[in-house]
Design a protein around this ligand. Structure first.
Ligand SMILES: [Zn+2]
Ligand SMILES: [Zn+2]
Length: 311
């Protein structure tokens, strides 16, 4: 099963140096998730060949404009494109009223249903389960109520052991019969069930998106099983005072969270407009967590339990 992340925007607050506000797309087989929707998101989707029509679920972390002002244009475009399938939007409860007041009467002329899911902002919860994925929230530590999102891949297929199959001399069509639930015979004529040749199911990949937040040690436990962590790193540590005053993290904070949680790879983003060159942010992270990477726009990463790989 493919689990792929494309970065559409990774700047904070205002666009700068060609960088856009927060937005990324996570594709998992049949599901396409949009995580935050900063201004310019739909243009970035066109630029990087993300098919808008395949989008069914949008997750908004909080109500700072750099995380949701792209939503209105996108809703309009989907309508003009003839969308008919419902569109699910998950976000802070106040977002519903904002959508209604911006869209006004136009919301009644939409050809598709806009399904709004107001989220609990002060405690974690599971908000979506599909056959391939489970999505849950984490509470961030920001200047206003803000959530992170955790995406867990659900493995459906049995974890068949090749060694066990070989030891029993089961091959070819017989494997297919076993997978279909049939009882087969091994070389010596003994009956074999599917559970005789499977290992405990390995878990799927977990990707966690930590949106705007100051360092939050209380979330370390929730991040323990995370394979790939996106964590904001708005400032360099030299601006720790500014980070604290605005509820943001430094690159050093992001690396600390990744290291304490024991994740495989760290992606940093939400870069302050004060930095044209992002390398110092990366270097600051890598000084304590070597597998750190910049969330650069247009980059796609394949995610797995081994970590991330640039596609
Ligand atoms: Zn922000
Ligand atoms: Zn914010």
């Amino acid at each position: 099963m493919s689990f792929e992340l494309t970065i559409l925007g990774s700047n904070s607050a205002v666009p700068a140096f060609g960088r856009h506000p927060s937005s990324q797309v996570l594709s998992l087989d049949g599901n396409k998730f949009l995580i935050d929707c900063g201004e310019g998101c739909q243009l970035q989707m066109s630029k990087y060949n993300i098919k808008r029509g395949k989008l069914d679920h949008i997750f908004i972390s909080h109500l700072h404009g750099d995380h949701y002002f792209g939503l209105f244009g996108l809703i309009n475009t989907l309508n003009l494109n003839g969308r008919e399938a419902p569109l699910n939007i998950y976000g802070p409860p106040d977002l519903e009223g904002m959508l209604q007041s911006v869209l006004g009467d136009y919301s009644h002329r939409l050809q598709y249903e806009l399904v709004f899911h107001g989220l609990t902002m002060d405690s974690a919860e599971t908000i979506l389960e599909t056959k391939d994925c489970r999505v849950s929230t984490l509470v961030m530590n920001h200047s206003i109520e803000c959530l992170g999102f955790q995406f867990e891949q659900i493995k459906q297929k049995p974890n068949v052991s090749t060694e066990k199959l070989q030891a029993l001399g089961i091959e070819g069509k017989t494997i297919g019969q076993l997978l279909a639930g049939e009882v087969v015979k091994d070389l010596e004529g003994n009956t074999v069930h599917l559970e005789d040749v499977t290992l405990p199911s390995s878990r799927g990949c977990i990707y966690t998106y930590c949106s705007d937040t100051a360092r939050k040690p209380e979330n370390i436990q929730r991040l323990n099983d995370t394979d790939v962590l996106y964590h904001e790193a708005t400032f360099l540590n030299s601006r720790q005072d500014r980070a604290e005053a605005t509820g943001h993290s430094t690159a050093k904070d992001a690396a600390w969270m990744a290291k304490e949680a024991g994740v495989k790879d760290l992606l940093i983003g939400h870069f302050s407009a004060r930095y044209e060159n992002l390398e110092p942010l990366l270097e600051e992270c890598q000084a304590s967590f070597i597998r750190s990477h910049l969330a650069l726009e247009g980059h796609s990463f394949e995610l797995s339990t081994e970590g991330l790989k640039l596609v």
